[in-house]
Design a protein around this ligand. Structure first.
Ligand code: FAD
Length: 321
């Protein structure tokens, strides 16, 4: 079986769920080879959990300066390995950094790039949902090594225990003239909630929430369900909620088990970021709101009446359970 390179997303100690999803996707094409950019010792720490999720090899793409530069060390490592091993494909998560890594890599390799895959078959045919969900497209790269970004949540991570050999790459020094250097880091105020792109439940608020204070209702429901909070662009632009939580075409793409839209009309640009969610629930006062056409369960009503009832009911069942 050919190797399939998988770029590992991690925080130094823990592999992200979206990487386990990539490993599951990679197994359809060949042997998943995990590529771990980081500072020395990172790959050894992550090796066991990567092997447990199906990686057959782990490549340590490590250097003391790796954390100082944005994306370039990962692109360098993937390019080196792609040229050496001619893999069946390179898979990267369709998150902000991953998109940039994939685009730079495809340009360097002069290879075809397919973005935002929601499915992938053993012959390398990728399914994408495009134009805000109006079309489902199946495509295959016909030039060079396919570089594919995979939408978080599109694949189920699964355990596939085995051994993964650890290999160390010798990376070229980062070219500072072609790289962005990190001069300071400040943690985003994330609180206790799960990351938006990885949460199994996302509760989002829109312009209907009518103010920053109104988001308390959204947060309470998210917390009762152990989920993340999202927002429409209208809510973000109006200053109701911070930009990093925007869902949609120009925000984050999410694909949770459950997406609850409170006071969101369902503009095509919003749907582009959440329509592959497994179950969609919408609460809207307008029975004609387009989101109700997409929703599996729609409630025509005032979110300030409906959401608190839902929060109380979920909390009561949790206690009873
Ligand atoms: P509105 O469309 O104003 O809808 C508010 C809804 O709340 C209405 O349906 C109303 O009936 C309902 N409502 C009001 N009060 C209540 C209440 N008390 N209870 C229940 N329901 C109530 N948008 C995104 O979200 N994400 C993006 O990434 C994005 N990218 C864009 C990119 C481009 C290039 C462009 C042009 C637009 C983009 N937009 C994006 C904006 C998008 O077109 C819409 O303007 C936006 O999604 C609307 O947000 P909304 O549904 O919260 O607001």
């Amino acid at each position: 079986m050919p190797d399939v390179l998988v770029l590992v997303d991690h925080d130094g100690e823990r592999v992200s769920t979206s990487t386990y999803e990539l490993l599951a996707a990679a197994r359809r094409l060949g042997d998943p080879a995990a590529v771990v950019p980081g500072t020395p010792g990172t790959a050894a720490r992550l090796r066991e959990s990567l092997a447990r999720h199906g990686a057959t090899s782990v490549h340590a793409a490590e250097s003391a300066e790796a954390a100082e530069y944005l994306v370039t060390p990962a692109v360098d490592a993937l390019e080196l390995l792609a040229r050496e091993t001619a893999p069946a494909a390179v898979l990267v998560s369709a998150v902000t950094d991953g998109r940039e890594v994939a685009a730079r890599l495809a340009a360097r390799l002069d290879a075809g790039l397919l973005i935002d895959a929601v499915d992938l078959d053993s012959s390398g045919v990728v399914t994408q949902i495009v134009f805000g969900g109006s079309y489902t497209v199946r495509s295959r790269v016909t030039r060079g090594i396919p570089v594919i970004t995979v939408r978080p949540g599109a694949f189920e991570p699964d355990e596939h225990p085995g051994e993964a050999a650890l290999r160390t790459l010798t990376l070229p020094p980062v070219d500072p003239a072609a790289s962005a250097r990190v001069t300071a880091r400040r943690a985003a105020p994330a609180g206790d909630r799960p990351a938006l792109t990885e949460a199994p439940v996302v509760v989002s608020g829109g312009r209907g929430v009518a103010g920053a204070d109104g988001f308390e209702v959204v947060e309470e429901l998210a917390d009762a369900l152990g989920g993340a909070v999202g927002a429409s662009r209208a809510a973000v632009d109006a200053g109701y909620y911070p930009h990093q939580f925007q869902v949609g075409q120009t925000g984050q793409t999410v694909s949770p088990q459950l997406y609850i839209a409170l006071g969101i009309s369902g503009a095509i640009q919003h749907l582009a970021g959440m329509q592959t969610s497994r179950t969609i629930v919408a609460v809207n006062t307008d029975p004609e709101a387009p989101i109700l056409d997409l929703a599996d369960f729609g409630v025509v009503g005032d979110l300030f009446a409906v959401a608190p009832q839902l929060t109380r009911e979920v909390a009561a069942r949790r206690i009873a359970g």
